[in-house]
Write a protein that binds this ligand. Structure first.
Ligand SMILES: [Zn+2]
Length: 101
């Protein structure tokens, strides 16, 4: 599964409609791709907030907004977040971590 495949089935994931094969694929992807894991958790939380406010149907514009921000995030992280990181990117991260020390 790729990030865009994940996005395509996100609605089904949230509604627990995935079949076993797809679910296994999804879990594999989430294991490797922190980006999509965050997206899934954030979207779940957003929906929980909506539900606790007794809004059971997610408004269409929220859905669109979520989708847009997800796609943006995926693009910013270089398309698929599960792609292997380039060595220089890892070095960059190391530098940032050192600065934090
Ligand atoms: Zn992903």
């Amino acid at each position: 599964m790729t990030c865009s495949e994940f996005l395509a089935v996100l609605d089904d994931v949230l509604e627990d409609k995935l079949d076993a094969n797809l679910r296994a694929d999804l879990e594999k992807h989430l294991y490797r791709c922190g980006n999509c894991e965050v997206i899934l958790n954030t979207t779940r939380k957003t929906i929980q907030i909506y539900r606790s406010n007794e809004v059971y149907e997610m408004p269409e514009d929220l859905r669109t907004k979520l989708h847009d921000s997800i796609m943006k995030k995926c693009k910013e992280s270089g398309g698929c977040g599960c792609a292997e990181k380039k060595a220089e990117e890892i070095e960059e991260t190391d530098e940032k971590l050192n600065e934090l020390d």
